[in-house]
Design a protein around this ligand. Sequence first.
Ligand SMILES: [Zn+2]
Length: 466
Amino acid sequence: MVLAVALVTAGCSDDSEPVTSPSSAAPVFTAGADGAGDPYFPKYGNGGYDVAAYDLKLRFDPKTDQLSGTATITATATQDLSSFNLDLSKLAVSAVTVDGEKAASTASGAELTVKPSGGIARGREFTTVIRYGGQPSRLANSALGDGGWLETPTGAIALGQPESASTWYPVNDHPSDKATWRLEMTVPAGLEVLSNGVQSPARTDGGWSTWTWSESSPMASYLSYVVIGQYRIAASTHGGKPMITAIADSLPADGPAAKSIARTGEITDFLATKFGPYPFDANGGVVVDEQRIGYALETQSRPVYGPAFFAAGDNETVVAHELAHQWFGDSVALDRWQDIWLNEGFATYAEWLWDEHEKVQTVEQSFDDVYDNYGWDQTPETTGDPGAARIFGDAVYQRGGMTVYALRKTIGDAAFDKLLVAWTTQHRDGNATTEDLIALAEQISGKQLDDFFRAWIYEKAKPPKP
Ligand SMILES: [Zn+2]
């Protein structure tokens, strides 16, 4: 993510763990937790199961702002489950089945609790079908910003980090539970629908068009999105994969946004020379003309850009940033929000790489600029543990980028190049932590790096220039 405007921040909610029965010879079926246990956002996501796939069949009518349809969720129980939760905000559930049998459900806040007719044994795959609908809205009480469903003059935009998905579909809304994803979105004919992954041909019937998008690589829920409205779509192939870019009709056809996004393939190819093969089946970008989207987000396989990034002219740097996240953040995803510097540090470093490639300035000059101007004494957070309210802080982005370059200088270019590709290969389609990065860097370089990482990411003091 790159912010174009500052977010308002607030504290996060408290947590409570469900009580489980003592073990006995017979399996004890207990309720799945109502949070995934993330130290920063304990209520995000849920416990007791692991989603493999979401399949959404939805209809949105911009005239009434009503969204309705079904979500089919295939998951595997990770405990003997008596009931389990999904995250769903503001929308009403009208029917739930689990493996074809009617299931009870109750909603409380953004938690939907599903109680199947019988328990689900640990290790069993089960399919939940949820019929739901209503008028979606943003997450006004989110700890950070106000992600989620946003009505626009011609349609809607559902987008946001660290959470947004629960405003439009029932979800295990934490990046540790990645899943494949398929969206069928039916809208009035004449509107366009953009989303993640590969597009199937749209079909129109009775004044409504159905657009289908599929993401075959496991995806963190905050990286899913939908954009509905009037867009100019350009479809081609790049490196044998579909390349789909879209610019809001209200933005100029040959303006800075269009020109910058048109370089998506070229920038991807450049980054692949550093990070290894591009990890997804599709690529592209979407530029919205909505001032309330004051950021760009690395939505999987097709980032979404707010208009502010192109207000002053071409901006390939933001494109390089969001495309770098396809490796760092999307393919290799967070296991906990504390580690967000793994996303933003490498994406910031990628901006410097691109500037060097474009002969703007060298990576070393970019590092020096940030090092000389960073608020060493004022920045309240550390890079490696910024706190829930500061996950988009300078320590995560600027000091995170500096940490990546300092690591390169410390272990040398050969080990560093090897590390980048080993990281994106070993953790492809998975999740990883800061500890995983430190271990791999030490293994590849043969150096003990505890002191290096302590100085750069867990302390606030200014480390010496590497
Ligand atoms: Zn970012």
